[in-house]
Design a protein around this ligand. Structure first.
Ligand code: HEC
Ligand code: HEC
Ligand code: HEC
Length: 433
């Protein structure tokens, strides 16, 4: 009894496995020959160039210092390192022998010309949303304008059995929603255009959407923020931590220029996304991306709300009366305290000036000399200097610091006519030079 169940499940498993192999099988597509070069019209090639830039194909397909599009950029995935492929039109090692149909299948289904499944480090789960026309334009651009360069893809570092390409068919079944983007009739044209670009060629979610244990983007937390290459790709939803909501205009400004006035700049892995060519999209396309994303974070018409938050924050940052120090205290804090402050141990003889006799003498001369001329190595501790503030400060300013130190650090009577004194000492020193 037990044996027959066991046998039954083994047989069932084997049949299932064979079924899966049949399912996973993809035929090779015949190579094309380069005897009659394919002619593409210049407009299509130019359109393809812009789309390739917006999808920053070259960022992933170019190794450091390597030829553009020739591949072998190492990409650390949670499972092992994968190298990008050579997508120059080199016949032997690149995609020179790929027909347009083979290229379409790679972009839409993640299968190479020979029928091998590709790993999702190649974001075909997004490129599948692109129309044939747009994919063909990229093909035309690569075949026409990219120089063929021989370069063989390095062996990837995925452990067995993850390195078995046919298993990717199962991953696709679970996680890839293939097919061209379908417009949502209840939304505006701009929204749909933005969705098409974001979900497709620009694949923002590849970094901004967190992934599940099997490395697939989590549909239930789209644009929820994720870690990429030790950077945080922030949430592009209402969960974004900025106190100022990201409006459509702010998104458009950010992806066009790499910075948004009320937010920050595009650094780290976001930098090539903008600078490799997202900005080459038309103004309308950039705005459309803004419209779509602002709908994801709920800030689509919140210009008034933004103004309110910014104004409140500016008001908060205004110095109030207690914050405004008098001149001497402020100058001490900004020009002297970087060096003269108290810590548990006196470091290199420059603590706060409360215990220094220069602040306690009956005359302010020594203090004024030091501020005007600084302390050079031969005079003081070897290797330790204090800069001169002669040109940086007026007589009134030097006097204000001296008066402030005298009043706040000692119980001695105030020095009279300080400004005058500074002026005299300044002139003496100049005359003796
Ligand atoms: C996030 C990085 C990344 C981006 C962006 C990217 N690719 Fe790739 N691509 C890869 C990796 C990695 C592979 C190899 C996958 C594998 O070995 O299974 C690959 C494979 C391919 C292949 C299959 C080539 C072959 O010889 O099997 C094609 C075609 C391709 N990419 C085209 C493109 C185009 C066109 C773009 C821009 C629209 C693009 N890729 C953008 C990472 C990327
Ligand atoms: C290769 C990964 C990657 C891709 C692809 C990517 N981003 Fe980013 N993005 C990041 C990272 C990392 C940051 C954080 C950069 C920083 O702190 O300067 C970021 C920051 C941002 C920010 C600023 C958020 C904030 O709160 O400061 C916006 C907006 C943004 N990305 C939008 C986009 C859009 C729109 C797309 C698609 C067109 C996109 N990103 C594609 C990685 C990526
Ligand atoms: C870049 C660091 C630095 C800054 C800024 C600086 N000092 Fe100094 N100061 C020193 C050092 C170092 C010494 C000790 C030099 C020595 O003894 O060799 C010193 C010594 C002094 C002394 C003691 C001189 C003596 O004869 O004992 C006074 C007084 C003084 N500084 C006042 C000031 C005042 C006032 C300011 C601001 C206008 C200021 N310092 C800014 C580094 C600095």
């Amino acid at each position: 009894m037990f044996r027959s169940i066991l046998l039954g499940s083994v047989v069932f498993g084997v049949i299932g496995f064979i079924g899966f192999l049949i399912y996973a099988h993809e035929p090779a597509i015949d190579p094309i020959t380069q005897d009659n070069p394919q002619g593409f019209d210049p407009e299509t090639v130019e359109k393809g160039r812009i789309l390739a830039a917006a999808g920053y194909c070259s960022t992933c397909h170019t190794a450091e210092g390597g030829a553009p599009f020739a591949g072998n950029l190492p990409m650390a995935t949670g499972f092992g390192t994968i190298y990008s492929t050579n997508i120059t039109p080199d016949v032997e090692t690149g995609i020179g022998a790929w027909s347009q149909v083979a290229f379409q299948r790679a972009m839409h289904e993640g299968v190479d010309r020979e029928g091998q499944h590709l790993f999702p480090a190649f974001p075909y789960n997004h490129f599948t949303k692109m129309t044939d026309e747009d994919v063909d334009a990229i093909y035309a651009f690569i075949m026409t304008d990219v120089d063929p360069v021989p370069s063989v893809q390095k062996e990837n570092g995925l452990p067995f059995p993850l390195n078995l390409r046919f298993l990717q068919a199962g991953w696709k079944l679970l996680f890839v929603d293939s097919g061209v983007y379908q417009a949502d009739a209840s939304e505006s044209d701009a929204w749909n255009r933005g969705a098409y670009l974001v979900e497709g060629v620009t694949h923002c979610g590849a970094c901004h959407t967190p992934r599940n244990a099997l490395g697939a983007e989590r549909e239930d937390d789209r644009f929820g923020g994720a870690e990429v290459e030790q950077w945080i790709a922030p949430a592009l939803t209402a969960a974004n931590p900025s106190p100022v909501p990201w409006t459509a205009a702010a998104f458009a400004e950010f992806i066009e220029t790499g910075s948004a006035q009320l937010h920050g700049i595009a650094a780290g892995p976001m930098s090539p996304v903008v600078h490799a060519g997202l900005r080459e999209l038309s103004e309308d396309d950039l705005n459309a991306i803004g419209v779509y994303l602002a709908d994801q974070d709920g800030a689509h018409d919140s210009d008034a709300e933004v103004a309110e938050i910014v104004n409140a924050s500016l008001a908060e940052g205004q110095p109030d009366k207690s914050y405004r120090m008098e001149l001497g205290e402020r100058l001490y804090a900004t020009t002297c305290a970087a060096c003269h402050y108290n810590v548990e141990q006196i470091v290199l003889g420059r603590p706060d000036l409360g215990i220094n006799s220069a602040t306690r003498f009956s005359e302010p001369d020594n203090l004024i000399h030091v501020i005007l001329n600084g302390v050079t190595s031969p005079e003081g501790i070897p290797g330790v200097v204090m800069p001169s503030f002669r040109t940086a400060m007026s007589d009134e300013e030097v006097a204000a610091i001296a008066a402030y130190l005298r009043a706040s650090r000692t119980d001695e009577a105030a020095w009279p006519e300080l400004s005058q004194k500074v002026s005299t000492i300044r002139a003496e020193a100049t005359a003796s030079e």
